[in-house]
Design a protein around this ligand. Structure first.
Ligand code: HMG
Length: 443
């Protein structure tokens, strides 16, 4: 059992590292070597990364790949992706190339408003609060006028304030539900600052209003919601069914099976979870590469997938009059200013690679990446099976784990060119090539 440490956050980076390696590893020197090996030699750049979070000890590398040939609304993009899973970038690139020659992807932003709440309890008679809501609303707008001035100048700000009686869900529970337009920023800090000001204003309002009782009010929280059903984007592709023949499966058969695969995801949450995980493969990679918050996007998408009361597919498909149409509609609250967007050098380059899009254009690109990924996965699933392509891409990871030399890697990749490289078969072949016994399971 380790001894607890107090005041760790106040130590210097060197002292934190010393404590970390001596108290948490069997071989302190080996741990120190690995952790410091990932420090950037440019000290200023390393300091910048250190300051992104707290107690930074090292940098955690993720591969940064690109998928070219994404034709979106007639414009060609090369899409950056930061992701650790093999075959995601290849799948995105393959889908992009496929749809590039079939009209490309079309996107439409259906809304850009974000929502935040002041969650409060009121145990008194709330009728005066409801009746005098319009004067409360004016006071809330006045109280936040200074905070919103710059956003208003950009065309955004507060777009609505509602008093919600949520006592049917929780005793004495009310909300101020506020919608915001945050332009090119994700807007979390802006929204939270406004909500905190509004909470103070609400407290003053009940204090100064003779029909209300300040002692009956308890503001519990003031926070944005990461569910953004009014900040939503749609992306789609469409082509004649006859252009869909794939991997020895006829075009009609492919369209039928593909549509059925989505129907299964809509009917079965076990499948929908994996189906949507594949979509998030495409989404998260771009979100991370562009310095956005993948946890917020994940949470919003999964809530959206459950909006009917049962967890379903985020994509849809129709086959009508010989035309195959495939789409995604998801909430995406993204920023191209603020956060890491100007601080992380690779984020700056990602945005430049995409032509420095505004937040709405980025919403379209991200949705397309999710759709492309789902297309690739379903195409593989309803034809060859996922393992053929996925394991082909994963082969190098297996060989690296086996500490194969460059020559062995080339030789083995060649051998598995026309075979599915299942893990055990790769190990067997590698051992045969080296002339060593195959390790027993668990070795
Ligand atoms: P393939 O047809 O064997 O590849 O596909 P290819 O060698 O013929 O190349 C065709 C194109 O694919 C290339 O064109 C690239 O665009 C791309 P080119 O650049 O030559 O003009 N491509 C690559 N790009 C970069 N590096 C590479 C590479 N190889 C091909 N090394 C592929 C192979 C993996 C693309 C295909 O089998 C595929 O799309 N499979 C689906 C893979 C997938 O979905 N992976 C996600 C991880 S699995 C998962 O977590 C999700 C899942 O469970 C979700 C679900 O169940 O719904 C599946």
């Amino acid at each position: 059992m380790k001894d607890p440490i107090k005041g760790f956050s106040k130590l210097s980076k060197a002292a934190k590292l010393e404590w970390l390696v001596t108290n948490n590893f069997e071989d302190a020197e080996a741990a120190r070597t690995v952790l410091t090996a990932y420090w950037h030699e440019d000290e200023a750049l390393q300091k910048r990364h250190d300051e992104f979070i707290e107690n930074t000890m090292s940098n955690f590398y993720m591969p940064y790949g690109v998928a070219p040939n994404f034709k979106i609304n007639g414009k060609l993009y090369t899409v950056p992706m930061a992701i650790e899973e093999s075959s995601v970038v290849a799948a995105a690139a393959k889908s992009a190339a496929f749809w590039m020659t079939r009209g490309g992807f079309k996107t439409e932003v259906l809304g850009t408003e974000k929502i935040g709440h002041v969650h409060f309890m009121y145990t008194g008679d709330a009728s005066a609060l409801k009746e005098d809501f319009s004067s409360l609303e004016q006071e809330l707008l006045q109280a936040t006028a200074e905070l919103t001035a710059n956003m208003v100048a950009r065309g955004g700000g507060i777009t609505s304030i509602k008093l919600i009686d949520a006592t049917d869900r929780l005793e004495d529970y009310y909300q101020l539900e506020v919608t915001f337009e945050t332009c090119d920023s994700m807007g979390a800090n802006f929204i939270n600052s406004n909500l905190e000001e509004m909470a103070k204003c609400l407290e003053n309002f009940t204090d100064n209003h003779e029909r209300l009782d300040a002692n009956s009010l308890e503001v519990v929280m003031r926070i944005l919601s990461n569910y953004t059903p009014r900040c939503i984007v749609r992306a789609g592709v469409s082509c004649p069914v006859e252009e869909l023949a794939s991997e020895g499966v006829s075009a009609t058969e492919f369209a039928r099976k593909f549509k059925r695969a989505i129907a299964i995801a809509n009917a079965e949450p076990y499948r929908a979870t994996t189906h949507n995980k594949g979509i998030m493969n495409g989404i998260d990679g771009v979100i991370i590469a562009t310095g956005n918050d993948f946890r917020a996007v994940e949470a919003a998408c999964h809530t959206h997938a459950s909006r009917s009361g049962s967890y379903k597919s985020l994509t849809g498909c129709s086959v009508e009059n010989g035309v195959f149409t495939f789409w995604i509609e998801i909430p995406l609250s993204l920023g191209v200013v603020g956060g890491l967007t100007k601080l992380h050098p690779l984020v700056v380059k990602s945005l430049e690679m995409l032509g420095n899009p505004g937040a709405e254009e980025l919403m379209g690109i991200v949705a397309v990446s999710g759709l492309a990924q789902n297309f690739a996965a379903l195409r593989a699933l309803v034809t060859t099976g996922i393992q053929k392509g996925h394991m082909k891409m994963h082969l190098m990871n297996i060989l690296t784990q086996l500490e194969a030399s460059s020559e062995e890697k080339i030789h083995i990749a060649n051998y598995f060119k026309d075979k599915v490289p299942h893990h055990r078969e790769v190990v067997n072949y590698f051992c045969e090539l080296r002339g060593v016994p195959v390790p027993k399971v668990g070795q």
